[in-house]
Design a protein around this ligand. Structure first.
Ligand SMILES: [Zn+2]
Ligand SMILES: [Zn+2]
Length: 198
């Protein structure tokens, strides 16, 4: 078992797993906008590069649902992000490609005791990373400009496969079931790639 908790302590998700499937470093504009928006709302500092940590979508217990709300960055947005609306910690993200077998959270944006001590599998969506910001990637890491690139060879890296093809885990509920309980997402109407203005 492992936990994902928000910074104010009102929200807690207990997972069947105690170890992450792995993580990507993600330079995409949507992840960045999502954490910068949370910072604007009074949450944690939003980093430019995200540690996108994946865990099996198998949830044993949820505390503080009344403080959790799902959000979309804009109408038609594909990623549904659940925040604590007291402290604006980002607790979990669903995306259709995850097939409800896994979900994602952002390292440092919530608290966790889940083992995330592995090396990052790849750096993805680096074409979105701001050119004027400092960037320190680990030596030798595979860089994927965009997950939509026709070159899909990165998906064959064993550490990536570990994330994308998790072993079945069915002890509790799926992240999608939690989303259903939380109701319709709030649509923020943020323009793609735009800075969140104070
Ligand atoms: Zn909180
Ligand atoms: Zn991203």
């Amino acid at each position: 078992m492992g936990k994902i908790k928000c910074h104010c302590g009102k929200c807690e998700i207990t997972l069947a797993a105690d170890k992450a499937l792995g993580y990507f470093l993600c330079g995409c504009q949507d992840c960045r906008q999502a954490v910068k928006w949370a910072e604007f709302k009074g949450g944690q500092k939003g980093e430019n590069l995200q540690k996108s940590i994946y865990v099996p979508s198998d949830i044993l217990n949820v505390k503080g649902k009344e403080n959790m709300k799902p959000f979309l960055l804009r109408k038609g947005g594909k990623s549904t992000r659940v925040y604590c609306v007291t402290c604006y910690s980002l607790l979990g993200v669903d995306f259709p490609v995850y097939n409800d077998q896994r979900f994602m959270f952002i390292g440092g944006h919530c608290l966790t005791d889940i083992d995330t001590s592995m090396d990052p599998a790849v750096a993805i969506n680096m074409e979105d990373y701001p050119k004027d910001k400092e960037l320190n990637l680990p030596d030798g890491i595979t860089i994927v400009n965009s997950i939509h690139d026709p070159d899909r060879s990165w998906t064959q890296i064993p550490e990536v496969k570990k994330i994308r093809e998790p072993p079945p885990s069915n002890k509790g509920i799926r992240f999608s079931e939690l989303l259903k309980e939380l109701g319709s997402p709030i649509i923020l109407g943020l323009e793609a790639g735009a800075d969140v203005k104070k």
